[in-house]
Structures are given as C-alpha cells and as structure tokens.
Design a protein around this ligand. Structure first.
Ligand code: 5GP
Ligand code: ZN
Length: 119
C-alpha cells in the first residue's frame, strides 16, 4: 500500500476524508483548518504526497510557486481584509522541531481581525 493511503491530507485531497473545500485544481487542493487559529485559516496542499519542505527540490519549484501565488487570491476570497491594514500570514511548519504535525506539505494561510488564538 502506498504511504499516501495512510496520509490524512492525501485522503482529504481525494475526498475520502471530508473537509470544507476552498479551492481545487489538477495539482492543488485547499481546505479550512479543522482547528482554526484565526477568523480565516485554511491550508493549501499539493495533491501529490510530498512529506515536507525538507523534501522539496528544484523539480518542485513550479508547484511551490503556484501554491505561493494562489494564497493571496484565496485569502481575499475567504474574507481576509486588504493589504496593508488587513493582510494574512503564510506559514509552513517543517519537521518536529519546526512544529509540523501532519507530514504532507501544506501552507497555512491565516487572516482576519485580531486577536487570534495563536501568534
Ligand atoms: P501542522 O502542525 O502540521 O503545520 O498543521 C497541521 C494542521 O492540520 C493543524 O492546524 C490541524 O488543525 C490541521 N488538521 C489536522 N487534521 C485535520 C483534518 O482532519 N481536517 C482538517 N481540515 N484539518 C486538519
Ligand atoms: Zn499525503
């Protein structure tokens, strides 16, 4: 069985674990975090199973670039306020010491009025 069969985010991208979908295309999937820290808090993931940024190589640069530029568009659509008074935070936890709990690469996108639960 492939590692992705046991991966919670592979299963969310495949629709076998339900989520509130924010966006989907052939390479990427975005969905609301189940325990939001901020009024807007969603995750952008690649559909392909990459464990973390520690495994990202030059071959992933176009995919990672697409994730980065998708974030501001989705942030506005999901209710973040405009820059500079508003804005949003993008966060990629990597490895245990980096605070990563789910080992399928994901960008957290958080925004909305303060205070937030964390940070
Ligand atoms: P990490 O700590 O790995 O950077 O973040 C993992 C995030 O995934 C956490 O913020 C957590 O709330 C979220 N998460 C974990 N399991 C699920 C789930 O089953 N569904 C959704 N929507 N989010 C999840
Ligand atoms: Zn996965």
């Amino acid at each position: 069985m492939s590692p992705s069969a046991h991966c919670i985010f592979c299963n969310i991208a495949a629709g076998t674990i339900p989520s509130r979908k924010v966006y989907e295309d052939d390479e990427l999937f975005a969905f609301d975090d189940i325990k939001p820290w901020a009024p807007v808090h969603f995750l952008i993931i690649p559909k392909t199973h990459i464990p973390s940024m520690a495994q990202a190589g030059p071959e992933h640069a176009p995919l990672l670039g697409r994730m980065m530029v998708l974030a501001p568009k989705l942030a506005m659509e999901q209710g973040c306020n405009p820059y500079p008074e508003g804005g949003f935070r993008m966060l990629v936890n990597t490895g245990a010491e980096g605070g990563q709990d789910v080992h399928h690469l994901h960008i957290h996108v958080m925004g909305g009025p303060r205070p937030w639960l964390k940070g």
